[in-house]
Design a protein. Structure first.
Length: 315
């Protein structure tokens, strides 16, 4: 006679809860890894600029390499991912031109003209711009937490870019404007991908975003061909690393991680990007900051965390 042992509901509940907790922790770990990898992008950009490449050429090559890298396997093994609806054509066009190519060109111009940390902090004001757009165009309610978060974010940015020192500010104004432009244009990326994710996979979004971005910047790449012939191997290594690691691999890791965690909490974890960028730029590039700049970075990141985390705060 065979005895059947029934598992008690409490044991099953504990086991299931433990498994879900492990998956969430795994998801948070992956987000931390992806954010730390993203933090290397500005460092790699600085290293590339030392060889004389322009930010526009760097991005033209970056999107060309990354889109070509995923186009080949998708064409061979997952051709259905190439299909998009005609009505979404304009959205994909805006995603590629504004949300991918121009965002990163502005970002790397800011890196070239200022510092890695300052650029990352400026870029990470995009949650504040998203909140402002949501209140103006989507009529989302503006809470006291939203107002506090936006105030902290921009107050922090003012300190981080040394707005209190007019001579320094006027000297670096182009870099600061470029950093803010990258943040503002990223709002386009955020809003479009938020809509398209309901119908397309991340592979499709990356392929068309980078692919259209590559077509938009193709004239830049073609114009720079004579210059490319003299690029040293070290520069090509940096270019391919930017295209494959912080651009492609980190995005895929982050997208996979969001399957195991809440998107709001995952976004908070992504704030590790400017933190890792600050640590790396200080360690590897020797970037130094005044006490008020450190205060500004802290205030800005606190504001960003509040913006992401506001759904769970008591009103």
């Amino acid at each position: 006679m065979v005895r059947i042992h029934k598992t008690s509901p409490s044991v099953f509940y504990v086991k299931t809860t433990f498994q879900l907790s492990m998956k969430r922790n795994y998801g948070y770990l992956l987000i931390a890894v992806a954010s730390a990898i993203w933090g290397t992008m500005g460092i790699l950009g600085k290293l590339a600029f030392a060889y004389g490449i322009s930010p526009a050429t760097l991005i033209a090559l970056r999107v060309l390499i990354s889109s070509s890298t995923i186009l080949i396997p998708i064409t061979l093994f997952k051709r259905e991912l190439l299909r998009i609806q005609r009505k979404d054509g304009i959205k994909f066009l805006m995603l590629g031109v504004f949300g991918t190519a121009l965002v990163r060109i502005a970002y790397f111009y800011a890196v070239d003209l200022t510092t890695v940390t300052m650029t990352t902090v400026l870029f990470y004001t995009h949650p504040a711009f998203i909140a402002i757009c949501a209140s103006m165009f989507l009529r989302e309610k503006v809470t006291k937490w939203t107002i506090l978060a936006i105030t902290l974010t921009f107050l922090g940015v003012a300190f981080a870019v040394k707005a209190y020192e007019s001579s320094w500010l006027s000297t670096n104004i182009l870099g600061i404007v470029s950093g803010l432009l990258s943040s503002i244009m990223f709002v386009t990326y955020f809003l479009i991908t938020k809509n398209l994710r309901n119908h397309y996979t991340n592979w499709t979004l990356i392929l068309y975003g980078d692919g259209i971005g590559a077509l938009a910047t193709l004239p830049i790449a073609l114009f720079a061909v004579p210059e490319m012939l003299s690029y040293p191997q070290e520069l090509w290594f940096i270019i391919f690393t930017i295209a494959w690691i912080p651009s492609l691999a980190a995005y895929l890791i982050y997208s996979y991680a969001l399957k195991h965690v809440e998107s709001a909490k995952g976004s908070v974890m992504a704030v590790m990007e400017p933190l890792s960028a600050t640590i790396l730029s200080t360690t590897l590039l020797g970037e130094k900051f005044e006490p008020l700049q450190v205060l500004g970075i802290t205030l800005a990141l606190t504001g960003v965390v509040l913006l992401f985390y506001k759904p769970t705060l008591k009103k």
